[in-house]
Design a protein around this ligand. Structure first.
Ligand SMILES: [Zn+2]
Length: 258
């Protein structure tokens, strides 16, 4: 019933709107081929949102009748050299179901409205002060301040509750007040964090080499998980599409726990 009253949108119009709105042109050097990666049917009635392009998500999208799937980590990184094995299977699942795949990687970490990092500040009630964390020639992270300082333990509980995750924490006794946030594998922002006097860096995926740097720079490190720090951006895009075009959108959750 509900579906019949929704006016389908042209795929071309919708994806060119997304290219502009998500400011893909800001990151010409992104390894991810951002934008429409796989072309499915020409009109869109339902949008799916997910973090990772993979067969589980593609099958779930097909079952839910999704026409356009928007992901943070797409299928095409630095060009296609062959379509076989896992790649063949994934692309076949999409083509068989006539689903389009749209990827938005670095622009969706950085984006000042929909980005993972600005959204992380928001859910953790960190007041934004500025950008930081240079990556591919652009500052993709944000840093800001808590209204009241917290112990590292309190801050970690807040992160775990808000992001529904289990964090890995490295700390050397400093209180948490000035926080830098870089989603995914962004721990190398620790150099910029130290310069800015940031006491705590919240990132996604743990890295062994970060330990001794954090120890010597005396910066707390909270690794909240690559997946858990990167669901907010795609969700924000889904909410925006629902609001602006009345398109039903569904989030397909497939947590990696990493
Ligand atoms: Zn990522």
């Amino acid at each position: 019933m509900h579906n019949s009253i929704i006016k389908p949108l042209s795929l071309t119009k919708l994806t060119s709107f997304l290219d502009r709105e998500l400011k893909l042109a800001e990151f010409p050097g992104d390894e991810s081929a951002n934008g429409l990666q796989i072309e499915g049917k020409g009109s869109v009635r339902k949008v799916g949102i997910a973090v990772d392009a993979c067969d589980y998500v593609f099958h779930a999208a097909a079952e839910r009748g999704i026409d356009l799937l928007i992901v943070h980590h797409g299928l095409i990184w630095g060009g296609i050299r062959s379509i076989r094995g896992v790649m063949k299977k994934r692309i076949k699942t999409l083509l068989d179901a006539d689903i389009s795949l749209y990827a938005c990687h670095l622009p969706l970490d950085w984006h000042p409205a929909y980005g993972n990092n600005i959204r992380l500040l928001k859910v953790l009630s960190i007041r934004r002060i500025g950008e930081f964390g240079e990556y591919h020639g652009k500052k993709i992270g944000y840093w800001g301040r808590l209204a009241n300082s917290l112990s590292l333990k309190q801050f970690t509980s807040l992160v775990e509750r808000e992001l529904d995750t289990k964090a890995t924490v490295i700390g050397f006794g400093r209180k948490v007040k000035n926080i830098g946030v870089v989603s995914g594998g962004g721990w190398s922002a620790i150099y910029d964090a130290e310069k800015l006097g940031i006491d705590t860096l919240l990132v996604g995926e743990p890295a062994h080499s970060a330990f001794t740097l954090a120890e010597e720079m005396r910066v707390n490190l909270v690794f909240a998980g690559h997946y858990a720090t990167e669901t907010l951006g795609v969700r924000a895009v889904g909410d925006m599409l629902q609001k602006k075009f009345g398109l039903p959108t569904e989030f397909i959750d497939h947590p990696t726990g990493l």
